[in-house]
Design a protein around this ligand. Structure first.
Ligand code: BTN
Length: 239
């Protein structure tokens, strides 16, 4: 008897020339009963957003802007998503907890991609929003981001094939057992060993626990575990 393959990701798909936020459109589709794997992409967003209410800026046509609806998302989705992005972003890509994808340049972590997961856990769905600087010219980003961003430097024609590879990588990661996800994430951890400060203390990042929380060794020698939803990290030597 052959195993039933998992449902395809990216089907159905809506592509918009412009929208406020692909996460908003995917959320509407989720509430209207759209199936697992539904994808919304856009060439431009007028109100792209990131975690903590921050703005996500992307020049028209040069960024991968995608929101994927997942029904019954796994507990480790916040780890799975940046891992999949790293897989398609090349050997230099690393993860800055909780789920930024960055390139390490000395002491600096330059942001290549951001991930925003929104949804209704009680209804068992999530929208996985990904913004990846695929073909972005850094000079076209707002001035204040230019020193802290990175780009893959692709041609705009390469965004669509990149998206196809990304969807395959997400599908593979969704099917793997949690210990494999945790091990792969830890191998790409850009924050480990770095000084971090958060609202109630400071210390050194020491990896993640089995639920994806950040473990830190505090300056007083004690250990703390930080939840992405609860803390706002201020990186003393990390942009
Ligand atoms: C972050 O870095 O804080 C997360 C950024 C997430 C940006 C993507 S772009 C596609 C999707 N639509 C949005 O409005 N946000 C996400």
């Amino acid at each position: 008897m052959s195993a039933i393959p998992p449902p395809a990701l990216g089907v159905p798909r809506v592509h918009l020339r412009s929208t406020s936020s692909t996460n908003d459109r995917a959320r509407e589709l989720a509430l209207a009963g759209a199936p697992h794997g539904t994808l919304v992409t856009a060439s431009a967003q007028s109100a792209g957003r990131g975690r903590g209410g921050r703005v996500w800026s992307a020049p028209r046509g040069s960024s991968l802007l995608a929101s994927l609806l997942l029904r019954s998302p796994p507990r480790l989705l916040p780890l799975i998503a940046p891992l999949a992005v790293c897989e398609v972003a090349g050997a230099d890509a690393r993860i800055k907890w909780p789920n930024d994808v960055v390139v390490v340049r000395g002491e600096d972590l330059l942001k290549l991609a951001g991930i925003l997961i929104e949804g209704r856990p009680q209804e068992a769905w999530a929208v996985l929003g990904i913004g990846l600087n695929a073909a972005v010219a850094l000079s076209e980003l707002p001035q204040e981001l230019q020193g802290s961003a990175a780009t893959l430097g692709l041609h705009e024609d390469e965004i669509e094939p990149l998206l196809a590879r990304l969807l395959s990588a997400i599908a593979r990661r969704l099917a793997e057992p949690p210990p494999a996800t945790l091990a792969a994430w830890r191998a790409l951890d850009a924050l480990r060993g770095r000084a971090v400060a958060w609202s109630r203390g400071s210390g050194r990042a020491d990896g993640i626990d089995g639920d994806g929380r950040l473990v830190v060794v505090r300056d007083d020698g004690g250990r703390a575990t930080l939840d992405a939803g609860e803390v706002h990290l201020e990186h003393s030597n990390v942009r």
